[in-house]
Design a protein around this ligand. Structure first.
Ligand code: CAA
Length: 258
């Protein structure tokens, strides 16, 4: 299975499954877990045999945040010189689609890790929040930015200022979550979604992800132009010919990821 201390890694067909595995600490994100998750995501991302990466936790907790016991004694110089948490930014550079399957607590860094993923599927027990203010800090893995983009200023501001959590129904209504599924079905459902994505043409899925993400970084006009240029470039793939031929021939496409 895996040689890691804080995660489990499984490859199921074209899907890489990373399970956060610090049950006694509700999967709190310590430095070792950060190193392991980031390095495994980069390894899977570089492997063209993998078409989707699923990140999940336990039923009780996706992750209850950064590890407070590890952080408590750190000084400003410790966190500044280490550029503490900067390694998480590397997940945002992954080109392979990332899917988060969230059950239970997704708080602080746990919510931020879920928001670093491209598709967020949640169980009916999921709870999201940025409670850092209650510890005398603020979000540090992008929560103030990604939560605001996902749910808008009013909810994000209230959550970051009061530390109140959001149950999954509210999270879905607000646009943070793609879909809610019963907790017993979460993993199967998320694996099925990841498998669907992984069976699409990998380069085209990468292009689709890049185009959607561009909407956060550009004006509408520039984003639409970017999309059209990337759309044009899908015609350079063999999979465009295969996908369209399969439709015309009334058969399932057999993408070669080229
Ligand atoms: N860091 C370290 N340990 C944690 C942890 C965390 N973020 N969250 C939970 N744990 C540990 C607890 O200390 C406890 O360990 P012990 O048994 O050794 O005492 C164990 O996990 C179980 O937790 P609880 O007994 O507290 O479980 P509960 O069911 O009573 O409560 C909870 C669950 C509401 C999630 C509660 O654990 C909690 O509030 N956790 C902290 C949530 C939080 O503040 N997260 C933000 C962290 S800061 C951050 O993430 C910064 C950033 O932006 C990156």
């Amino acid at each position: 299975m895996s040689d890691y201390q804080t995660i489990l890694l499984e490859r199921r067909g074209r899907v890489g499954i990373i399970t956060l595995n610090r049950p006694k600490a509700l999967n709190a994100l310590n430095s070792e877990l950060m190193r392991e998750v980031v390095s495994v995501v980069e390894e899977l991302d570089a492997d063209t045999g993998i078409g989707a990466i699923l990140i999940t936790g336990s039923e009780r907790a996706f992750a209850a945040g950064a590890d407070i016991k590890e952080m408590q004694p750190k000084s400003y110089m410790d966190v500044y010189l280490d550029d503490f948490f900067a390694a998480w930014d590397r997940l945002a550079s992954a080109r392979t689609p990332l899917i988060a399957a969230v059950s239970g607590y997704a708080l602080g860094g746990g919510c931020e890790l879920a928001m670093l993923c491209d598709v967020l599927i949640a169980s009916d027990t999921a709870v999201f929040g940025q409670p850092e203010i209650k510890l005398g800090v603020i979000p540090g893995i992008g929560g103030s930015q990604r939560l605001t983009r996902a749910v808008g200023k009013a909810k994000a501001m209230e959550m970051c200022l009061t530390g109140r959590n959001m149950k999954v129904e509210e999270a879905e209504r607000a646009g943070l979550v793609s879909r809610i599924v019963p907790v017993a079905d979460l993993l199967d459902d998320a694996i099925a979604t990841a498998t669907t994505i992984a069976e699409m043409s990998l380069p085209v899925a990468m292009m689709a992800k890049e185009a959607v993400n561009r909407s956060f970084e550009s004006s509408l006009r520039e984003g639409v132009l970017f999309e059209r240029r990337v759309f044009h470039s899908t015609f350079a793939t063999e999979d465009q010919k295969e996908g369209m031929s399969a439709f015309i021939e009334k058969r399932t496409p057999n993408f070669q990821h080229r």
